[in-house]
Design a protein around this ligand. Sequence first.
Ligand SMILES: Nc1nc2c(c(=O)[nH]1)N[C@H]1C(S)=C(S)[C@@H](COP(=O)(O)OP(=O)(O)OC[C@H]3O[C@@H](n4cnc5c(=O)[nH]c(N)nc54)[C@H](O)[C@@H]3O)O[C@H]1N2
Ligand SMILES: Nc1nc2c(c(=O)[nH]1)N[C@H]1C(S)=C(S)[C@@H](COP(=O)(O)OP(=O)(O)OC[C@H]3O[C@@H](n4cnc5c(=O)[nH]c(N)nc54)[C@H](O)[C@@H]3O)O[C@H]1N2
Ligand SMILES: [Mo]
Length: 836
Amino acid sequence: MTSHWEDFANADVILTCGSNNAENHPVSMKWVNRALDAGAKWIVVDPRYTRSAALSDLYCPIRSGTDIAFYGGMINYILEHDKWQHEYCLNYTNISYLINPDFSFDPTTGEFTGWDESSKSYVTTTWGYQTDSETEWDTSETGTYSWVSKDGVPHFDTPTLKTPKKDPTLQDPNCVYQVMKEHYSRYTIDTVASICGMDAETLEQVYELYTSTGEAGKAGTILYAIGQTQHHYGANNARAMCIVQLLLGNIGVPGGGLNALRGEPNVQGCTDMCIMPADLPGYLHWPDADSTPTLADWCAHETYSDGYYTNKPKFMVSFLKSWFGENATFDNDYGYGWLPKVHKPGNWTSIRTFEHMAEGTMKGYFALGQNPAHSGGNTKSIRQSLANLDWLVNADIVMTETGSFWDAPDMDATKIGTECYFLPVASIVEKPGTILNSGRLMQWRQKAIEPQGDTKTDLQIMNLLHKKMVELYDKEGGVCPEPITKVKWDYETDGEADFRKVAWELNGYNVATTDFDKNQPDLLSGFAKLAADGSTACGIWIYSGFYNNNDAPLDPAQQPVARRGQDDPGNIYLHPKWAFSWPANRRIIYNRASADMNGQPWNPDKVAVKWDSASNSWITNDVPDFGATKTDASGATVQVEPNNKAFIMRWEQNACLFSSGMKDMPLPEFYEPYESPTDNILNGRNESPMIQFAEDPSVKRGDRSEYPIVATTYSVTEHWQTGGQTHCCPALNEAQPKQFCEISEELAAEKGIKNGDMVRIWNNRGDIKMYAMVTRRLVPLQVNGETVHEIGMIHHWGWANTFTGSDLTNDLTPNVGDPNSFIPEYKAFLVNIEKA
Ligand SMILES: Nc1nc2c(c(=O)[nH]1)N[C@H]1C(S)=C(S)[C@@H](COP(=O)(O)OP(=O)(O)OC[C@H]3O[C@@H](n4cnc5c(=O)[nH]c(N)nc54)[C@H](O)[C@@H]3O)O[C@H]1N2
Ligand SMILES: Nc1nc2c(c(=O)[nH]1)N[C@H]1C(S)=C(S)[C@@H](COP(=O)(O)OP(=O)(O)OC[C@H]3O[C@@H](n4cnc5c(=O)[nH]c(N)nc54)[C@H](O)[C@@H]3O)O[C@H]1N2
Ligand SMILES: [Mo]
């Protein structure tokens, strides 16, 4: 989220698209309702008339997988009807920047310039800006970047700032405005309505209402989740929403933002802490075998030429000091060589993991708090892959489909050689620690009861494993032991793993004045204190400041991560003393953009930050996300007058409507889902050229002639994902007892299916049974001149659920993914259905 949950209450228009927030995020409704009470309007766009749709002002059905067409149409509508926020876009975005004149898009092939068929990827050189001037870093003693020349800082080639050429009149055919205008001119209301299966009039109403927030002083927020992300172009669904929100001037303002309603507790924390194979903690890039084999390469390659990411070497060296402790020195590149180097990160994603097992290159698997034999795409092939392992460890609070894959109805345990271990784990109420919600809010939770029976906490398990591995390496030696044996690992108090010491490590500390064993940390106040010379250590720079009270390092209740009060400066639900939101306890990211070029808030009633010309200083209800102050030559802190640097995490310090940062497209372009009921009428490609993993034989693509029905999957309030935590609750099983599939009355009539019948649903990957729920919540859609039926399946049930076992929905979903996020396409694929 760029804002936070409570901020929804500040919105004038709320668009829920690709989430069912009333169902899956019930607490969101507290803030949505406050907005509605204050007169806001709520739009829901979903293939089904959901529990959210039922409460909204305007509902529009959409065929699964067509969101980029929907947003492309909205971008076209904004530009055609001049709904964009001019002052915001001209100053805070790259709308006036000039793109390389060689850049183009060819609608006949569906390709942008730079497509390389042999590597099936883009060479993105034509996706850059034209350069106006170049500036070298000043690393002299009095220069801005004097820290680079200090002792202990790794030597690296500093970047050159290439200031882009701009045309503020927006007439140049290569400026972002003109490029965008041309690109989206194909996305007319009729074309979009035809692709998405929408009624053109309703679609236009949605566009009209939502784009009313382009007026300065009005705020619109988009609530989305996995209805948008779980597509092989899911990351560009998010980009499309960013473009809409930037054009309308909605990013950084109270009541605005692009708000991913995140799922698992603690999925925000997991993402921050490098669940993605291309990331280190805090979104630093993992060392890459080709581009960044040494620390000098990493610093040269990753450090931005301007903006806040000029500081990246400080975050990286502090991370290495945290990871390798006293073993990390200037002379050994702070242990950088011991970090594994990734080669093609996609190779190490969840989908590829199971292909490695099938290919016999991966022999062992540790499933800690996840159940991929239920939750992964194409679970039938996952079961078969697991059977190819030498060993499997499952650490969970209950027995799952992963732990008992050999027991699935279609598996023969006598023919499986995998040795399986089960480690019983303490549940959330049996251990303390932090948890992060979607609004980046970190909160400390206490242990309610002691771990029951033989269970251990995840930290205890990791601690014991680490000790055992080091012991074995010391005793037996081995190939390349340093990445394990050189790690700093001192998180015990009185022989027991201690969460508070992990918190010190994450927050960061001064190395020379800290002693973990003596319980004497010298905690850093925040990431502004990090240095690149080895004097500071910090496990994850973005969290720095959440646990920084040196007077009570052993008491989480006296740390910023604790709830310290309910103050609400500005009366806009900021609540800065209610726990800690990264970065730096900032609630609304990019909040500089909430005010005009003179620092005056677009909406005078909702002030996040404001330049006060009487006192020549900033009023900061929220922690400013820009250079509000600086240190002058005498060392004093002085105020910085308003400027256009509203997006300091970009080197341009402006937001990107056009971006060279994505693997598959610089402007979101519509492609059909991998398995689609129709042809792409917007360009000459059906699926995106950069779809991932489609080549694997297990994918077994289905064709619309055999499988004409679109299927999607989703969750209900009464259960949680693969059900480990909810299927053991009798009351929840009573409320939602069985796996079911929603089908429209029209499709039911066509197939002779009655409400409550058992139906068979199948495609090339799987063949499953469940109950039919015949409903008016789904309607047949008119897509490109033909009737298309869509069905919806819940995915919470599997054979391991003791009380309410059922077939697995994911036996049908395709294991193809997005080239940026590698997420599987769970939300749109093809099936056939009949009465069982
Ligand atoms: N009670 C409960 N709460 C949960 C969960 C749970 O299992 N149970 N899961 C948690 C987790 S891990 C997550 S990630 C979140 C997920 O939160 P949500 O994204 O809200 O969850 P879903 O129900 O999977 O999907 C949302 C909606 O997307 C719609 N949809 C399907 N395909 C498309 C499409 O192509 N475009 C659009 N616009 N919409 C589409 C579906 O019909 C569905 O209504 O919820 C979290 N909250
Ligand atoms: N078809 C389809 N498939 C989907 C989705 C979909 O919408 N459609 N949604 C996807 C999404 S968004 C997600 S997030 C994934 C979820 O996929 P998983 O993460 O595999 O699903 P969960 O059921 O949340 O599994 C978590 C496991 O952790 C265990 N657990 C709970 N607390 C603890 C703990 O403290 N420690 C340990 N070690 N274990 C614990 C639970 O018992 C459970 O078995 O599923 C994905 N799969
Ligand atoms: Mo999720």
